[in-house]
Design a protein around this ligand. Structure first.
Ligand SMILES: O=C(O)C1=C[C@@H](OP(=O)(O)O)[C@@H](O)[C@H](O)C1
Ligand SMILES: C=C(OP(=O)(O)O)C(=O)O
Length: 431
C-alpha cells in the first residue's frame, strides 16, 4: 500500500508534455515482433508493468528481447522455435496481456498455464475462451473454466466465422491472433468498431488481413515479417492531463506525439462537445496509426450525453470524464457502459463512490452514471481499488478540491504510467 496526500493546486496548468507510449500498441508490438522472424526494434515502448508482463511471457518461450530504456530489440525465429514454458506465465494486472496471449497460446502446439493478480483472477476470460475453443484449442480454468488460473493446450486450429457478442478489442484481437495459426480463413464480425491497433499492426507485419463492412478476415500466416514500430503517446494517459487542463481555470497545455487513431479519440469529441477548447496540430501517421499534438485550454463546460457507439472509443477515459462532468453545468449522462464493471475493478462503483466522497453529485446506474454539475469538490479520503485509472482520476481531482485528497494506494499507477506524478509536477511547476 502506498498512500498519498495531495494538496490543492493554486496555479493553472501550462507548458508541454510528452506522455508515455500507448499501452495497447506496446502490447501488440511485442506480440507481433516476437511472432515475426527477424529483428524488430520498438521505440517509445511503454515500460509500465502491464506491457512488461507481455515481454516476460515471450521471454519464457525463449524469444530474445533486449530492453534499453523505452527501446526494445526483439530477435525471434518465429513461433516454430518457441519452447514450451517450464513455469506458469504471470500476467499480473493486465487484461490485455491475458486476453491477447490466450489467443497466441491457442495457436502454439504445447501446454501452458497462466495466472494473474487478484483483480485479473476476477475478470471474465470466457469471452475469449469461447471462440478460441471453437477454433480448436483446449482450455480449463477456475470457475468452470472461465477465470484464471487457466491451462491451455494449443495447436491444430481451424478458421471460424465469429460475431463478437461483446464490444471488445481484446476479444477481437485474441481471435485474430489465433487466426494467424488456423487453417483457412478466420473472420471476426464486429458491429460496433473497437480499437483497431491489432488490424493496423498485423497489416504492417505483412499478415493477410482485410476489413470490409465490419467483417475482418485473416488467413493462416505463420511467417510475419519483422517490422520496426515507433509507438505513439497514449491518449488514455494524455486524457488525465486533458481533463486537468479543461477543469483548472486559466490552464493551457500542449500534449505532444499523442496517438490519434479514430477508434480512440472519443475523449476529444466529448471534451469539445462539453465546450473545452481542444486543437490538434502536426498530425502524422506511422504504421497505420495517426498521432499529433493536442493543445487544450480551460473554458466554461456543459453537461453532455455519452452513449452508444462512442463508448468503445473512450471506455478507459470514463473515470476522468466523470470528474470533468462535475465541473460542467447541468447533467452528464453516461450509458451503455456496463463493460466498466469488468475492468481492473468495478469502475462504475469506484468512480461514483470516490467522487461522492469528494463532494460531487453523482449517481451510479446499471450501465453508467449520472453526474450533476457544477459542484465545488471538498476533498477527503478516497480508495483507488488497486485500479490505475481510478488512482489517477483522484489525483487530478485534487487540482480542484478545497482540502487535501488522500488516496489509499497509488501503486497501481505503475501498470500504465510509472512517471505520472513526475509529469503532474512538471505541468503544475510543483518541483
Ligand atoms: O485491446 C486493448 O488493448 C484494450 C481494450 C479495451 O478492453 P476491452 O477489449 O475489454 O474493451 C481497453 O479497456 C483496454 O484498456 C485495452
Ligand atoms: C482496462 C484496462 O486495461 P486491461 O484490460 O489491459 O487490464 C485499462 O488500462 O484501463
Amino acid at each position: 500500500m502506498k498512500e498519498v496526500t495531495l494538496t490543492p493546486l493554486s496555479v493553472p496548468l501550462s507548458g508541454q508534455l510528452q506522455v508515455p507510449g500507448d499501452k495497447s500498441i506496446s502490447h501488440r508490438a511485442v506480440i507481433l515482433g516476437s511472432l515475426a522472424e527477424g529483428t524488430t526494434n520498438i521505440t517509445n515502448f511503454l515500460t509500465g508493468e502491464d506491457c512488461m508482463r507481455t515481454v516476460h511471457a515471450f521471454r519464457q518461450f525463449g524469444v530474445s528481447i533486449e530492453q534499453n530504456g523505452s527501446s526494445l530489440k526483439i530477435n525471434s525465429s518465429g513461433p516454430a522455435s518457441f519452447k514450451e514454458p517450464l513455469a506458469p506465465l504471470y500476467f499480473g494486472n493486465s487484461g490485455t496481456t491475458a486476453r491477447l496471449m490466450l489467443g497466441v497460446l491457442a495457436g502454439l502446439p504445447f501446454f501452458t498455464s497462466v495466472y494473474g493478480d487478484v483483480s485479473l483472477a476476477a475478470r471474465p476470460m470466457d469471452r475469449v475462451i469461447s471462440p478460441l475453443k471453437k477454433l480448436g484449442a483446449w482450455f480449463d480454468g477456475r470457475a468452470g473454466g472461465s477465470r484464471l488460473p487457466m491451462a491451455v493446450r494449443g495447436g491444430n486450429l481451424e478458421g471460424i466465422h465469429y460475431t463478437l457478442p461483446v464490444k471488445s478489442a481484446q476479444v477481437k484481437s485474441a481471435v485474430l491472433l489465433a487466426g494467424l495459426f488456423a487453417e483457412g480463413v478466420t473472420e471476426v464480425i464486429e458491429e460496433t468498431p473497437s480499437r483497431n491497433h491489432s488490424e493496423n499492426m498485423l497489416q504492417a507485419f505483412g499478415a493477410d488481413i482485410t476489413e470490409k463492412n465490419h467483417h475482418i478476415r485473416i488467413t493462416n500466416h505463420k511467417s510475419l515479417k519483422a517490422t520496426d514500430v515507433d509507438v505513439p503517446g497514449d491518449i488514455s494517459s494524455a486524457a488525465f492531463f486533458m481533463a486537468a487542463a479543461a477543469i483548472v481555470p486559466g490552464s493551457k497545455l500542449t500534449l505532444t506525439n499523442v496517438g490519434l487513431n479514430d477508434s480512440r479519440t472519443g475523449i476529444i469529441d466529448v471534451l469539445q462537445e462539453m465546450g473545452a477548447s481542444v486543437a490538434i496540430s502536426n498530425k502524422q501517421v506511422t504504421g497505420g496509426e495517426a498521432y499529433g499534438d493536442v493543445t487544450i485550454s480551460s473554458q466554461k463546460l456543459k453537461g453532455v450525453v455519452i452513449k452508444g457507439d462512442i463508448i468503445p472509443r473512450l471506455i478507459d477515459e470514463i473515470p476522468v470524464i466523470a470528474l470533468v462532468a462535475t465541473q460542467a453545468e447541468g447533467e452528464t449522462v453516461i450509458r451503455d457502459a456496463t463493460e466498466l464493471r469488468l475492468k481492473e475493478t468495478d469502475r462504475i462503483k469506484a468512480v461514483t463512490d470516490g467522487l461522492t466522497r469528494l463532494g460531487a453529485n453523482v449517481k451510479p446506474t446499471e450501465d453508467g452514471m449520472i453526474i450533476k454539475g457544477i459542484t465545488a469538490l471538498t476533498g477527503g479520503r478516497v480508495k483507488a481499488y488497486h485500479d490505475h485509472r481510478i488512482a489517477m482520476m483522484h489525483a487530478v481531482a485534487s487540482f480542484i478540491t478545497k482540502e487535501n485528497v488522500i488516496i489509499d494506494d497509488i501503486s497501481s499507477i505503475a501498470v500504465s504510467y510509472p512517471d505520472f506524478f513526475e509529469h503532474l509536477n512538471r505541468v503544475t511547476n510543483k518541483n
